[in-house]
Design a protein around this ligand. Structure first.
Ligand SMILES: [Zn+2]
Ligand SMILES: [Zn+2]
Length: 367
C-alpha cells in the first residue's frame, strides 16, 4: 500500500472517530439541557458558565459534522462518517446548543451524564492521540477486543457518580467518627498544601496496596477483582473495567484515613485529580519506560506487569503510585525494559459484556 493511501486511510479513520465522539457527546449534552435535574450533577451545575457550555456544544456539533463529512469523502468504509454526521444532525434537530433550561433546576436523584461526557471527551482527546503516536503495541486498534464492555464500565461508573460518592464517604463517617480528633485534624490541615498532597498520596497508596492485595488473596474478593484482570488488551479505556463493588470498597477504605486525619479540601481534590489520571495512565498502551523515574512512580510498564499472564508476575505490583511499597513488602516485579507478552487470566474465566461481568462474582462458573 502506498504511503499516500495509508495516510488517507488513517486520516479518514481519525476524522470518523472524532465525528462519532463529538456526535455522541453532542446528543448527550443536549439531553442534559433538556433534563438537567435528572441527568446533571449539582456540584458541576454550580460551576458551569452556561454561555461557555453552549458555545462548546455548538462548536463541537459543527466540528463533528464537518469531520463526519470529511471522513465520508476520503474513507472507503463509510459507517463511521455516516454515524458521526447522523449523530450531530440528530443533536441539532433536538435543539442543539439553544435548548432552554427551565430554572430553577430542582434537586433530585440523578445520573451524572454530564460527568460522564466531560470525562469521556477529555480522556479520549488526551489518550487516543498519545496511544496512536507512542503505542507500545502499534497494531492494537482503538476499537480492540472488549472495548464496548470497557466503555460500558466507564459509562456506568460515571453515571452512578451520586451513588458511588455517597458509598465512598458514608462508611468512614459512620464507622470512624470515634477516631476523629479535632486538634489533630487542625494540625494536619494547617500544613502546607504540597506536604498534605504527598502525605495523602503515601497514605492512600498504603491503603490501596492493602485493599488490592486482599482482593487478590481472599477467594471471594478475587472473583470481583478478576473482572479487572480479564482484559487481554490494555489501554486507557481498560482501566475502567472494574466491578462496582471493587470501585466502592477500594475508594471507601482509602477514604477512611483521609477522613480521620482531616486533610484540607484543596490537597484532597488535587489528589483525587491525580489518582484518576494516574490510574488510567498506568493502563495506557504507550511505550515510555521513564528511566530511573520508574522506580519512584508507577508507570504503564510497571502496572502492565500486574496484568501479565506470566507466572513470575502473578500477585506482583499492587501499588498504584509508589513501587517502593511493593519493594518493601516483597511483591515488586520489573524485569528491566521487558514488557509482558500476554495479558489476562488463565483460561479466560470471566465472560465479556457489562451485565455478565456484574453478576460474574455471584455465579457458579469459573474457579
Ligand atoms: Zn489486581
Ligand atoms: Zn489494572
Amino acid at each position: 500500500m502506498s504511503g499516500r493511501v495509508q495516510w488517507l486511510g488513517l486520516t479518514g479513520f481519525a476524522l470518523g472517530v472524532t465525528s462519532v465522539l463529538l456526535g455522541a457527546t453532542g446528543v448527550g449534552a443536549v439531553l442534559c439541557l433538556w433534563y438537567p435535574s435528572l441527568l446533571t450533577t449539582p456540584a458541576l451545575r454550580d460551576v458551569y458558565d452556561m454561555r461557555l457550555i453552549r458555545w462548546i456544544i455548538k462548536a463541537g456539533l459543527i466540528a463533528g459534522f464537518l469531520c463526519g463529512v470529511a471522513s465520508l469523502l476520503i474513507k472507503r468504509r463509510k459507517a463511521m462518517g455516516l454515524t458521526g454526521a447522523g449523530l450531530t444532525t440528530l443533536a441539532t434537530l433536538m435543539g442543539g446548543s439553544q435548548v432552554e433550561v427551565s430554572t430553577p433546576v430542582r434537586p433530585s436523584d440523578h445520573l451524572g451524564l454530564d460527568w460522564f461526557l466531560i470525562n469521556l471527551l477529555i480522556l479520549a482527546t488526551l489518550f487516543v492521540p498519545i496511544e496512536a503516536l507512542f503505542a507500545r503495541l502499534p497494531e492494537q486498534r482503538v476499537f480492540r477486543k472488549g472495548w464496548t464492555t470497557d466503555l460500558a464500565h466507564f459509562a456506568v461508573s460515571h453515571l452512578l457518580v451520586q451513588a458511588t460518592v455517597l458509598l465512598t464517604l458514608v462508611p468512614a463517617a459512620i464507622f470512624f467518627r470515634w477516631a476523629v480528633s479535632p486538634s489533630l485534624q487542625h494540625a494536619v490541615a494547617a500544613q502546607p498544601a504540597w506536604l498534605q498532597f504527598i502525605e495523602i498520596l503515601v497514605i492512600a497508596d498504603l491503603t490501596q496496596y492493602t485493599t488490592h492485595r486482599m482482593f487478590h488473596a481472599v477467594p471471594w474478593l478475587w472473583r470481583f477483582h478478576q473482572v479487572h484482570h480479564s482484559s487481554v488488551c490494555l489501554d486507557w479505556l481498560a482501566a475502567s473495567r472494574l466491578h462496582l463493588a471493587d470501585i466502592v470498597v477500594t475508594r471507601a477504605v482509602g477514604f477512611i484515613p483521609v477522613y480521620v486525619l482531616g486533610f484540607a479540601t484543596a490537597p484532597t481534590y488535587a489528589y483525587l485529580i491525580f489518582v484518576s489520571f494516574q490510574a488510567i495512565w498506568i493502563h495506557a498502551n504507550v511505550r515510555f519506560l521513564f528511566g530511573p523515574l520508574r522506580y519512584l512512580l508507577a508507570t504503564p510498564q510497571y502496572h502492565h506487569w500486574h496484568h501479565a499472564a506470566e507466572s513470575a508476575a502473578v500477585d506482583k505490583n499492587f501499588a498504584v503510585h509508589l513501587p517502593v511499597i511493593d519493594w518493601v513488602f516483597g511483591t515488586y516485579y520489573l524485569p528491566g525494559d521487558r514488557w509482558p507478552v500476554r495479558y489476562g487470566l488463565e483460561g479466560d474465566p470471566v465472560p465479556e459484556g457489562y451485565a455478565r461481568q456484574l453478576i460474574y462474582p455471584f455465579s457458579r462458573s469459573g474457579p
